[in-house]
Write a protein that binds this ligand. Structure first.
Ligand code: FMN
Length: 146
């Protein structure tokens, strides 16, 4: 079970969640590559059994600047049914709560990926209920690979 977990984080919330998710997946037998979106080549996604994208949202509902090249490149990728899931912490204090999660979800579907978990939006710091939703996302990804 080769899983790519690629994330971007400005103030550390998504990094913390990504590390938690990485550990959870490893504890359940997956081989995980954890890296930042800025270091991720969209054309390599098909090398993995599943891809998890984690992002915050910036500037009135936008994909963060450092994730834009990766996001744009996804339009030229055929994921050939690579399994995927999307999550991210953003903030209800801003307009368009977690819109970048929606953008990635739509683009990965358009690129012929197979969405295997509902996308998870977290408001700022994750609470206990949010971690359960992260666990559920991970469980769905793992189940899809068995
Ligand atoms: C200038 C600025 C703009 C933001 N714009 C949005 C936004 O449009 N929508 C949203 O849901 N969150 C927005 N946020 C909130 C961040 O996505 C949120 O703080 C997130 O938890 C940051 O994640 P990180 O700690 O991984 O960087 C914005 C934050 C800042 C500082």
């Amino acid at each position: 079970m080769k899983i790519l977990l690629t994330y971007t984080s400005m103030t550390g919330r998504n990094e913390k969640i990504a590390k938690y998710l990485d550990q959870y997946l490893r504890d359940h037998g997956a081989e995980v590559t954890l890296q930042q979106i800025v270091d991720t080549d969209a054309f390599e996604l098909e090398d993995y059994d599943a891809v998890i994208v984690e992002t915050y949202t910036y500037n009135d509902g936008e994909v963060p600047d450092e994730a834009k090249d990766f996001y744009d490149d996804l339009a030229d990728v055929d994921l050939e049914k690579t399994k995927f899931a999307v999550l991210g912490s953003s903030s209800k204090e801003h307009l368009h709560f977690g819109r970048a999660v929606d953008y990635f979800t739509m683009q990965l579907n358009s690129s012929n990926g197979e969405q295997v978990a509902d996308s998870v939006k977290i408001n700022q710091d994750p609470d206990e209920a949010d971690f359960k939703r992260v666990d559920m996302l991970a469980d769905n990804v793992l189940k899809s690979l068995k």
